[in-house]
Design a protein around this ligand. Structure first.
Ligand code: GUN
Length: 283
């Protein structure tokens, strides 16, 4: 039976550290501020944004939400980003993705000041991560690394397989595992003999977006399995990209959904916002 990696617990520890540091900053008259932009009414995005707002309140940040209708134009969205780039109360800007059809995500990401880019999605921050000289790490992959550290799971020399090659998770995840000397393979929808590749993994990260895609026969005995998915099963119940019930019998450690990677994403967002605030205040 595998260790169930408790993302809620690790996330609470990270947020508590952020809360303590924020308390000290507030004594100096500095309050970190995060702006969250949400466009349209995607229910999953709504839940994520609400959780981000709640976390801000918990750690003592100023939080400003900008909920825009799906009819918002590219110009209107860029104007808001530019306004927030100049807003002294705001240290971090996050535009929840995906954006409704017709809006150009790439242009919005590029419009966010790299200094306030707490998602680490801006090309200049992505480039800095690539060369290992960065201020911010992308929230979900960094959250996964924090969980591995917290559970003393070493990466060095391990076969690491990432399923999924998105800019938000798959690609940066591979980079962070590489930074810690893992031997990393990225797989995707065109990968041939996927099962043969995933069965090699000592650390398997699933970031595909398909419910229960990773089945027990794809997992090596004793592997560590990280589930980045946030999907709905055939009954509409929240589940991940991994067939948790069967895979947990075979692996040595596994993250549940919910309660695994999700809370960690938010904890790292809080860390990044605090760091942005410190950098902007020359601390
Ligand atoms: N959509 C899914 N995950 C994320 C994330 O980490 N940041 C943003 N901005 N949008 C997302």
């Amino acid at each position: 039976m595998a260790i169930i990696i408790d993302g809620k617990k690790v996330s609470a520890e990270v947020k508590e550290q952020v809360r303590i540091e924020t308390e000290e900053l507030i004594k100096k008259g500095i309050k970190p501020g995060l702006a969250v932009i949400i466009v349209g009414d995607d229910p999953a995005s709504r839940v994520y944004v609400n959780n981000k707002k709640k976390a801000c309140e918990k750690v003592g940040f100023l939080s400003k939400e900008f909920a825009l209708p799906a009819t918002t134009t590219q110009e209107e969205l860029l104007a808001l980003v530019n306004e927030l780039n100049e807003d002294k109360e705001i240290n971090g800007i996050l535009c929840q993705l995906p954006l409704p059809k017709g809006l150009d995500e790439k242009a919005v990401i590029e419009a966010i000041s790299p200094l306030k880019d707490v998602d680490a999605f801006h090309a200049s921050n992505v480039g800095k991560i690539m060369i290992g000289d960065y201020d911010f790490l992308p929230c979900t992959p960094a959250g996964v690394m924090e969980m591995l550290h917290s559970y003393n799971i070493p990466v060095e020399g391990k076969e690491c397989v990432v399923i999924g090659r998105s800019n938000i998770v798959g690609k940066p995840m591979a980079m962070l595992l590489l930074h810690e000397n893992g031997t990393v393979t990225i797989t995707h929808s065109r990968t041939k003999n996927l099962k043969e590749v995933t069965k090699r993994a000592d650390i398997l990260v699933a970031a595909i977006g398909k419910p229960k895609f990773v089945t027990a026969d794809m997992v090596k005995e004793g592997a560590v399995v990280i589930d980045v998915g946030m999907d709905r099963d055939e009954n509409g119940k929240l589940c991940g990209d991994v067939d948790f019930e069967n895979v947990k019998e075979k692996c040595s450690a596994i993250t549940p959904v919910p309660g695994g990677v999700g809370p960690m994403t938010i904890a790292v967002l809080m860390k990044n916002t605090l760091k942005a605030c410190k950098i902007q205040n020359n601390l």
